[in-house]
Ligand binder design. Structure first.
Ligand SMILES: NC(=O)c1ccc[n+]([C@@H]2O[C@H](COP(=O)([O-])OP(=O)(O)OC[C@H]3O[C@@H](n4cnc5c(N)ncnc54)[C@H](O)[C@@H]3O)[C@@H](O)[C@H]2O)c1
Length: 304
């Protein structure tokens, strides 16, 4: 049986990836420091180790576990935090990733999957943005993802390490944190349920490519088992923040109250990914319409 190690496997996306993997005949181990993830999200049938990916203990643990595959998702993902504390961001996202790569480089892994981000494109010139577009990271967070992608290419060549990189767009769904720097969908859902006013930063005309978490997770699994190179994973649909608010209102059967705040520094104006490569090489496409995904997200938030 294949053994898959998932870092960040107690998080929003990681825990749902673990559930997906466990539906196939494989053994799954999670390493997570629970800084934003939750132990209750990790299925009981997965082995769990509470550990920081930067820990000096990581190498011995991974050597003992002898995974066949590694999915690396552990990261800090707040862009504002990455701007305010660039060194802390780099410590987790770059040095942490290097510690994982150092731990696996001589293990003859079958594949290393790195979850990068659409943030690497920054304000892209081509919309929808294909994988070959130039990278214009506009924050330390995005820079950390670009850097790890480049380290991976080095480790791939130097240690014959097979790897695959995925660049997800804005992911939303159950288990996403709505506190602090949670995704805009999670934050808006929570505010709506609490009858609070939604705060739109900027004009609300800025667009995002909202992608439901179970769609993404299916793409991650497809990339792990059969992918090679770099894949955008997204719904491939450009949705303005104002449109998101209207759709949320439709699901809630109420007109949300909205207030406007100044635009965020370096906020990306348009984001939409070209996913033809994932479709042709992985046979993957996103299936869940925004309305349905928002309904599921609200239902989960209500009961949590
Ligand atoms: N959510 C999105 O829209 C989105 C979009 C593109 C890419 N991503 C990437 O997907 C991955 C998962 O993100 P998520 O949305 O599930 O967020 P999340 O915060 O729920 O998951 C991150 C997980 O990593 C763990 N973690 C953080 N630092 C760690 C450390 N030093 N050592 C061990 N574990 C640590 C956290 O406890 C958490 O469980 C991240 O790499 C993120 O950059 C997310």
């Amino acid at each position: 049986m294949e053994h898959v190690l998932v870092t960040g496997g107690a998080g929003f996306i990681g825990s749902q990836l673990v559930e997906n993997l466990l539906r196939t005949p494989c053994q799954v181990t999670v390493i997570d420091d629970l800084s934003s993830g939750q132990k209750r999200f990790v299925p009981k049938t997965a082995k769990f180790y509470k550990l920081d990916v930067r820990s000096p203990k990581l190498k011995a643990l991974v050597k003992r576990l002898k995974p066949d595959y590694v999915c690396h998702l552990a990261a800090q993902l707040s862009v504002p935090r990455s701007i305010a504390e660039a060194a802390a961001d780099a410590s987790i996202n770059i040095v942490g990733s290097l510690n994982v790569l150092e731990a696996v480089k001589n293990l003859s892994l079958k594949k290393f999957l790195f979850v990068s981000s659409a943030a690497v494109y920054g304000q892209a010139e081509i919309i929808p943005t294909p994988e070959r577009a130039s990278l214009k990271p506009g924050s330390p967070y995005a820079l950390s993802k670009v850097t790890v992608e480049q380290y991976l290419s080095y480790y791939g060549a130097a240690y014959s390490l097979p790897y695959v990189v995925v660049r997800p767009a804005n992911i939303y769904g159950p288990r996403q944190s709505a506190t602090g720097e949670g995704g805009v969908v999670a934050v808006f859902c929570k505010k709506l349920l609490n009858q609070e006013t939604l705060l739109i930063e900027g004009s609300g005309q800025q667009t995002r490519d909202f992608t439901y978490v179970t769609d993404l997770v299916q793409g991650l699994a497809a990339a792990l088992w059969g992918g090679n190179g770099i894949y955008n994973l997204a719904a491939g649909k450009e949705v303005a923040i104002r449109e998101l608010v209207l759709t949320l209102g439709e699901v809630m059967s109420q007109v949300p109250r909205v207030a406007y705040a100044p635009e965020r520094l370096q906020d990306i104006k348009r984001s939409c990914l070209d996913t033809k490569r994932a479709a042709s090489e992985l046979g993957w496409k996103s299936n869940v319409p925004l309305l349905d995904g928002l309904r599921q997200t609200l239902r989960w938030q209500k009961s949590n």
